[in-house]
Write a protein that binds this ligand. Structure first.
Ligand code: GUN
Length: 288
């Protein structure tokens, strides 16, 4: 078997085109232009690329796109003051503070300071609680939400009874991913670095979501034949020519020979994350 390659780039493009046309409709109906504020602190090169991509996509969608680039020495108090000003700014419907933050800043404190109705990242405890309990109106984190769309494209609307294994337990991906799969009636296992017999656990999965941040950790013999494999990992590794290249958490070539469908890295989950940020921001503006 050779797996279908899940084209996250194409799915993200059709999603953002829809956001752009819905944004135009919202503006002509109500005069409201969705506003997204992205805050970046310091000089992390990967974060700079992500933030530039988010700003570009926000403009493509017709949003007001505001970037706050702050020096790495910015104090926690100054960052809290900025979040507070953005919470009060009627032109801004979505606030994203790019992670990681410098060590002297308590990232959790900043995230919890974002008003839940503007928390388009879905990281605030209020949104995490809404997603976990099924209370309507919550924003799901963008990477798990985008991954769910790709999974449904492969398997259809009903995922009931399927075994889903989520490899990784972060607040940003692993935990919310498990909640979304559970809400879709999957039987969900959260596996992680301390799980015993990890390959055996993963081999139970009809749907495997890898989000551990370890390059090419998931091998072909961890995969149930025909499984759908979603690779959330983005790892930069040394390449033969002295350069570097991006790989996921899944050993792509060998796993593609066993799975029924697999996301590539890059071009799989990554573009969907940005697209879902646009979806969440439009939703926040529509609810304003
Ligand atoms: N850092 C890596 N991924 C993300 C994300 O989805 N949102 C934010 N705010 N920071 C990140």
């Amino acid at each position: 078997m050779t797996a279908r390659i899940i084209d996250g780039k194409a799915s993200a493009a059709s999603l953002t085109d829809k956001v752009a046309s819905d944004t135009a409709a919202l503006m002509s109906r109500s005069g409201i232009q969705p506003g997204l504020a992205v805050v970046i602190v310091g000089e992390d090169p990967a974060s700079k690329v992500y933030v530039a991509n988010k700003g570009r996509m926000a403009k493509h969608c017709g949003f007001l796109s505001i970037e706050h680039k702050l020096p790495g020495s910015t104090s926690e108090a100054d960052l809290l003051a900025l979040v507070s000003a953005l919470n009060a700014d009627a032109k801004i419907h979505g606030i994203l503070v790019q992670l990681p933050l410098p060590k002297h800043v308590d990232a959790s404190k900043i995230i919890q300071a974002i008003h839940p109705d503007k928390d388009v990242d879905g990281f605030n405890v209020v949104n995490a609680g809404r997603i976990a309990t099924g209370v309507p109106g919550g924003y799901a984190p963008c990477t798990p939400a985008g991954s769910m769309l790709l999974i449904r494209q492969c398997l259809g609307d009903s995922l009931a009874g399927l075994n889903a294994v989520v490899l990784g337990r972060s607040n940003i991906v692993g935990k919310p991913m498990a909640q979304l799969l559970l809400a879709a009636d999957c039987t969900v296992t959260i596996a992680h670095s301390r799980t015993t017999n990890l390959p055996d656990v993963c081999r139970q999965a009809d749907i495997l979501v890898a989000a551990v941040g370890r390059p090419e950790m998931v091998k072909a013999d961890w995969i149930k034949p025909g499984a759908v494999v979603i690779d959330v990992g983005i790892n930069r590794i040394a390449a033969a020519d002295g350069k570097t290249r991006l790989v996921g958490d899944v050993a792509y070539e060998e796993v593609a020979a066993v799975a029924s469908a697999i996301t590539p890295v890059p071009g799989g989950v990554g573009p969907m994350t940005i697209a879902m940020l646009m979806v969440n921001t439009l939703r926040a503006a529509s609810a304003a």
